[in-house]
Design a protein around this ligand. Structure first.
Ligand code: KG4
Ligand code: ZN
Length: 329
C-alpha cells in the first residue's frame, strides 16, 4: 500500500510516499528557516505563501523519485491540525484536489499523533509495542501520551505554559543566537565542560504537567545580573539550560511510564533531535528497566513521512475525510 503524505503545519513543507506504513519510498522537505530568520520566528503569512509556491513541485519530485505514478498510489494523507491555519489550508487544498483528481481516498491526520507515530522509523529491529508512553516535544507542544494503539492515544499531561522548543527558541533569542534556537543551543552547550548554573527545575513534585516559562525567566534574570556576556558564559548558560530541560522531560516521562506500568518510552518532535536529551532519556529509561525508542534525527522535526505512515494505518482502518474537510488549527 503506497500512501502520499503531506505536512504543511508550520514552516516546513514535507511530502513523502511511504509503503505499508513503514518503508520510505521517497521523502522531500523544503525548509523555510532562511525565510523566517530575519524575523526571529515564523511569520504565518510568509509561511503559507511559501507552502503554496513549493508544494506542487515537491509533490512531483516525490512521485518521480519513488518511481511511481499517481495511479500507483492507494491513498493521500494530509495534516489537518494543529498548526497555523493558513499553512494547513494550503496542504489540505492540494491534498483534496490531488486525491479527488486521481480518485484516491483521503484522510486527515493529527500532527501530534503523526509525531508520536514517527517512532516506528527508529533503526531498531524490535517493533514499538503497545501500550507505551510517548513524549512529544516540539516548538508548539510538549505532552506525554499513553499510546494504546496508533488510533488510540490518550494525553496524560502537557505544558502549562511554553513548549520545550519554544523555551529553546526564546533563550536563544535572549542570548542573540538567532532562530531556530534548539540546534544552536545544543552546539554551544557541547562546548562547555565546566560547572552548571543551578537553574530551577520547573514543577518538580507529584504533577505530571510541564512548565518552562519560569526556567526561561530564570535564564533572563541570570543574564541581566551579569556585567557582560562572554562566549564561555553563553556556552555555560546553554549547557545549564539544556540540562534543566532534559531533567524535567525525563522526570515527567518516567513518572508517566511508572504510573502506567509500561516498559517502552518513545521520544519524538523537533526537540527530540537534541542528542543530550536523547542520551539523558535513554540512560534514565535503561536504569529503570525500560526501553527508549526515538526516530532518526531527520524525522524528529516536521516531515511528510510521519503523516504518510500514520495515514496508512488510518486508511487501513477505514477512516476517510469528507471533501469538505476543514483545517483544525
Ligand atoms: O516538531 P518541530 O519541527 O515543529 C513543531 O511542530 O513545532 O519542532 C521545532 C522545534 C523548534 O522550537 C526548535 O528550536 C526545536 O524544535 N529543535 C531543537 C533541536 N532541533 C530543533 N531543540 C533542541 N535541540 C535541537 N537539536
Ligand atoms: Zn511538529
Amino acid at each position: 500500500m503506497h500512501v502520499l503524505g503531506i505536512d504543511t503545519s508550520c514552516d516546513d513543507t514535507g511530502v513523502a510516499i511511504v509503503s505499508n506504513g513503514r518503508n520510505i519510498r521517497s521523502a522531500h522537505l523544503s525548509s523555510q528557516v532562511e525565510l523566517h530568520r530575519p524575523y526571529g520566528g515564523v511569520v504565518p503569512e510568509v509561511a503559507s505563501r511559501a507552502h503554496a509556491n513549493t508544494l506542487l513541485p515537491l509533490l512531483r519530485q516525490t512521485l518521480k523519485d519513488a518511481d511511481l505514478d499517481a495511479r500507483d498510489l492507494d491513498g493521500v494523507a494530509v495534516t489537518q491540525g494543529p498548526g497555523l491555519v493558513g499553512c494547513l489550508l494550503v496542504g489540505i487544498a492540494v491534498a483534496k484536489s490531488f486525491a479527488y483528481g486521481c480518485g484516491l481516498p483521503l484522510v486527515g491526520v493529527n500532527h501530534l499523533n503523526a509525531h508520536v507515530y514517527s517512532a516506528i522509523f527508529a533503526s531498531e529491529e524490535k517493533p514499538v509495542d503497545h501500550p507505551h508512553v510517548a513524549l512529544i516535544v516540539s516548538g508548539g507542544h510538549t505532552a506525554v501520551y499513553l499510546v494504546q494503539s496508533w488510533e488510540n492515544m490518550v494525553r496524560l499531561a502537557s505544558t502549562r505554559d511554553d513548549a520545550a522548543g519554544e523555551a529553546f527558541d526564546k533563550v536563544a533569542n535572549l542570548l542573540n543566537l538567532g532562530y531556530p534556537g534548539g540546534p544552536v543551543i545544543e552546539r554551544r552547550a557541547q562546548q562547555w565542560a565546566g560547572d552548571s548554573i543551578p537553574f530551577p527545575r520547573p514543577l518538580t513534585g507529584p504533577t505530571m504537567a510541564f512548565s518552562f516559562s519560569g526556567l526561561k525567566t530564570a535564564v533572563a534574570r541570570y543574564i541581566e545580573s551579569l556585567p557582560s556576556l562572554s562566549d564561555a558564559e553563553i556556552d555555560r548558560i546553554c549547557c545549564s539550560f539544556q540540562a534543566a530541560v532534559a531533567g524535567s522531560l525525563v522526570e515527567k516521562t518516567l513518572m508517566a511510564a511508572q504510573q502506567h506500568r509500561v516498559k517502552t518510552i518513545t521520544l519524538t518532535g523537533g526537540v527530540a533531535a537534541n542528542r543530550t536529551i536523547r542520551e539523558t532519556m535513554a540512560k534514565a529509561a535503561r536504569s529503570n528497566g525500560m526501553r527508549l525508542v526515538t526516530p532518526p534525527v531527520s524525522l524528529c522535526t516536521d516531515n511528510g513521512v510521519m503523516v504518510a505512515g500514520l495515514g496508512t494505518i488510518l486508511l487501513e482502518k477505514g477512516y476517510r475525510a469528507e471533501w469538505d474537510m476543514d483545517a483544525m488549527p
